[in-house]
Design a binder for this molecule. Structure first.
Ligand SMILES: C[S@@+](CC[C@H](N)C(=O)[O-])C[C@H]1O[C@@H](n2cnc3c(N)ncnc32)[C@H](O)[C@@H]1O
Length: 292
C-alpha cells in the first residue's frame, strides 16, 4: 500500500504536532501566503488540519506535510491547506463607523471630483475580500450615492482572495442573515432578493465586481490589477509578519493612483510598518492617503 492510499484509520484528537512538524507546516503557509502562525497558536494548525488528516487517513502531521509536497493532487491539496489556514470572518457593512468615514471623506469628494472633470471612472480594489461581503458593500454604497445616474459611470471593483472556496461563494452572492446582521433593512429590501437558500445579491450590484483568486504574496498577479483610486485591505495584514506587511503595503502604493486611498481594518495600522502613506485620522477610524 502506498503512503498516500486511503485506509480506515481514524486519528481522533490524539495526534499533536511536534516542533519539526510545526516548523514545516507553518513555514509552508508562510512561504506560500505570507501568513505567520506564531508557536503559541500551534493549536490553530492542529485543530484546522486534524479533520483533513482523518479525511486522507494519514497518521501524522509529517505524513500530511509529505502529502502536501508530493501527494497525487498536490495543487488541489495546497489550495485546501490554504483554505484551512486562513480566517475568513467577514460581514456586510462591517465596521459601519469606518465605512461612514470612508463614504464622507473619500468616496463622496472623489465621485464629485470625477464628475466635475467628466472622467466618470472609478476603480476600487478589495484585497482579501473573503466571501464577498466587503466588495458588495462597496458596490451598494456607490449605488446609494449615484442612484440612477450610475448609468453614465464605469465602476469596477476588483475583489480577490487567496481562497478559491471563498471566491466561489462570493461569485454566487447568496448569504445568510448572520452575514447581513449590520445591514439596514431598507438596504436588504433594495439590493437582495429572498431565496430558499438565503439572500441573493441583486445582479446590478454584482455586475461591477470582478472576483478572482489572487495571492497577495504573488507580485506578478498583483501587478496585473488595474490602477485603483481606492484599495480596501481590511483585517488581512493582521495575519502577516512585518516583512510581508511591508511588501503588501508597497504593492498598494504602486497600484494606487496619486492621492489614492488605502483602507485597513479598524484595528490595523501602518505605524512602524511604512511611512509612504499619510494617515488621516477621523473620529470613526483612520484612512491612509498615498503620499506622492
Ligand atoms: C478576516 S478576512 C477579511 C475579509 C474582509 N476584508 C473583511 O474585513 O471583512 C481575511 C481574508 O484575507 C485572505 N488572505 C489571507 N492571506 C491572503 C493572501 N496572501 N492573499 C490573498 N488573500 C489572503 C483570507 O483568505 C481571508 O479571506
Amino acid at each position: 500500500m502506498s503512503l498516500f492510499s486511503p485506509n480506515s484509520l481514524s486519528l481522533g484528537k490524539s495526534v499533536s504536532l511536534s516542533q519539526k512538524e510545526f516548523n514545516d507546516l507553518s513555514g509552508f503557509i508562510y512561504s506560500l501566503a505570507g501568513i505567520e502562525i506564531p508557536r503559541q497558536r500551534q493549536y490553530l494548525l492542529e485543530n484546522r488540519l486534524r479533520s483533513r488528516l482523518n479525511e486522507l487517513s494519514l497518521k501524522s502531521f509529517s505524513e500530511y506535510y509529505q502529502y502536501l509536497l508530493h501527494g497525487p493532487d498536490r495543487k488541489r491539496e495546497v489550495e485546501i491547506f490554504c483554505e484551512k489556514m486562513t480566517t475568513n470572518e467577514t460581514s456586510f457593512f462591517r465596521d459601519p463607523r469606518q465605512l461612514d468615514v470612508f463614504r464622507d471623506s473619500v468616496l463622496v469628494p472623489l465621485l464629485s471630483r470625477l464628475k466635475e472633470t467628466g472622467r466618470k471612472q472609478l476603480h476600487i480594489w478589495s484585497a482579501g475580500c473573503s466571501s464577498g461581503e466587503e466588495p458588495y458593500t462597496l458596490s451598494i454604497m456607490i449605488h446609494e450615492l449615484l442612484k440612477v445616474s450610475i448609468i453614465g459611470w464605469r465602476i469596477r471593483i476588483t475583489a480577490n482572495d487567496i481562497s478559491s472556496a471563498m471566491i466561489q461563494k462570493a461569485r454566487k452572492g447568496l448569504y445568510n442573515e448572520h452575514s447581513l446582521r449590520n445591514t439596514p433593512k431598507d438596504i436588504i429590501a433594495r439590493y437582495f432578493s429572498k431565496e430558499p437558500g438565503g439572500y441573493l445579491v441583486h445582479p446590478k450590484i454584482k455586475k461591477n465586481i470582478v472576483f478572482e483568486r489572487i495571492n497577495l504574496n504573488d507580485a506578478g498577479a498583483v501587478k496585473r490589477i488595474p490602477k485603483s483610486q481606492v484599495a480596501f485591505c481590511r483585517n488581512v495584514i493582521i495575519y502577516f509578519d512585518l516583512p510581508m506587511k511591508k511588501k503588501v503595503v508597497n504593492f498598494f502604493y504602486d497600484n494606487l493612483v496619486q492621492g489614492g486611498h488605502l483602507v485597513l481594518g479598524h484595528s490595523e495600522s501602518l505605524h512602524s510598518v511604512s511611512s509612504i502613506f499619510q494617515p488621516i485620522r477621523k473620529p470613526g477610524g483612520i484612512l491612509y492617503r498615498r503620499m506622492d
